[in-house]
Design a protein around this ligand. Structure first.
Ligand SMILES: Cc1ncc(COP(=O)(O)O)c(C=O)c1O
Length: 373
């Protein structure tokens, strides 16, 4: 396993002053006050114990109700929901539960850096499907081709996507679902950015007809509620899979911190308004960044969700590592070279707009200076 390319690059940033970092994928907002207060209050009340391995029943019930009300998606809080240490732990558990040695897992790329690494760690073989020639979207045709060739056990979907910000409409998902079911794959669907979908309603994969029994749905609180440091996520799926995941979780983690679970309960009660406010601000920043980068010749599509853009450097004839290192050294702006997401992305950068509007304006001005040199 290679260390994360993102972390490797950001070790360079440590110790530098006046750096505008558009690198790490986390909200620049602090967790909304009422959620923090719920965590603090739970400590004041003396809630400092372990919880059930599966997580607080109250939280599982709230998640179950939330999914039902929001999407009409029904999961039983007793048997079909597990509270995890972020989606990160959910991924590790699901891959270790499902994969036998050498099972293949399809992964559309560019993708979140953990997927291939965790698949390998669980004894599986990651099979990447490059999407750059299809506007960074997996198409049914490419999926069919990869399924026939590799006979995969599972596929990992992530939408809105890190690092490109693309997402899929219901119609597009139906097209993918057909192939997934036809080839009897299990779909691991990472929908952590669902609340940050800008242009259309997000469709959870398990809401598609016939898909629920074949899907492990992963989501969490880190991104939409600005709660990365609290480490709370959840996995929903068929009870046999959740039971297997719970066994590993029981021995390795025991349970998620009770303080964080209490805070997550509050997020589901009162967090909606804050999520909407943060989303509005991300959208404003997205418009600034997309227009600014396109004006500078770093061509970039308009993302449909999350808080990333993935501009192309071909128009200015530069390569990602050299560009990112130069920009950091010359103008103190940190972005992630596309190669952190695989060798074939050397013509791209990932830029996170989870930074203040002023920082983003300044970063665009510095990129312009760098290009003019
Ligand atoms: C697509 C995706 N999935 C999962 C994670 C991890 O999230 P968590 O904080 O819930 O572990 C991230 C974090 O950047 C991500 O971008």
């Amino acid at each position: 396993m290679q260390p994360s390319g993102i972390r490797a690059f950001f070790d360079l940033v440590l110790g530098m002053k006046d750096v505008i970092s558009l690198g790490v994928g986390e909200p620049d907002f602090v967790t909304p006050w009422q959620i923090r207060e719920a965590g603090i209050y739970s400590l004041e009340q003396g809630f400092t114990s372990y919880t059930s391995n599966k997580g607080l029943y109250k939280l599982r019930l709230s998640i179950s109700r939330y999914l039902k009300n929001r999407y009409g998606l029904e999961y039983c809080p007793d048997e079909e929901i597990l509270i995890t240490v972020g989606v990160s732990e959910g991924f590790d558990l699901v891959l270790r539960s499902l994969l036998n040695p050498h099972d293949k897992v399809l992964i559309p790329t560019p993708c979140y850096v953990s997927y291939p690494a965790l698949t390998g760690l669980a004894g599986g073989i990651p099979v990447c499907i490059d999407t750059k020639h299809d506007g960074f979207k997996l198409t049914p045709a490419r999926l069919e081709e990869a399924a026939v060739k590799n006979k995969p056990k599972a596929i990992i979907l992530n939408y809105p996507t890190n690092p490109t910000g693309i997402s899929y409409s219901k119609k597009e998902l139906e097209g993918l679902k057909k192939i997934i079911l036809k080839h009897k794959m299990i779909c691991i669907s990472d929908e952590i950015y669902a609340d940050l979908t800008y242009d259309f309603e997000h469709t959870p994969f398990p809401t598609l007809s016939g898909a629920k029994e074949k899907t492990i749905y992963l989501s969490g609180f880190s991104k939409s509620y600005a709660m990365t440091g609290w480490r709370v996520g959840f996995a929903c799926g068929p009870k046999e899979v959740i039971a297997a995941m719970t066994k590993i979780h029981q021995y390795t983690i025991m349970c998620v911190s009770i303080t964080s679970q209490m805070a997550a309960c509050e997020a589901l009660v009162s967090g909606k308004k804050s999520v909407e406010e943060m989303k509005r601000e991300y959208r404003r920043r997205k418009e600034l960044v997309v227009a600014g980068l396109n004006d500078l010749g770093l061509s970039c599509h308009n993302p449909q969700g999350a808080f990333y853009v993935f501009p192309c450097l071909k128009g200015i004839g530069r390569k990602s590592m050299e560009f990112a290192q130069g920009l950091l050294k010359d103008q103190n702006v940190a972005v992630v070279p596309g190669t952190a997401f695989g060798e074939s992305y050397e013509d791209y950068l990932r830029i996170s707009y989870a930074s203040s509007f002023e920082n983003l304006k300044e970063a665009l001005a510095r990129i312009e200076k760098f290009l003019n040199k």
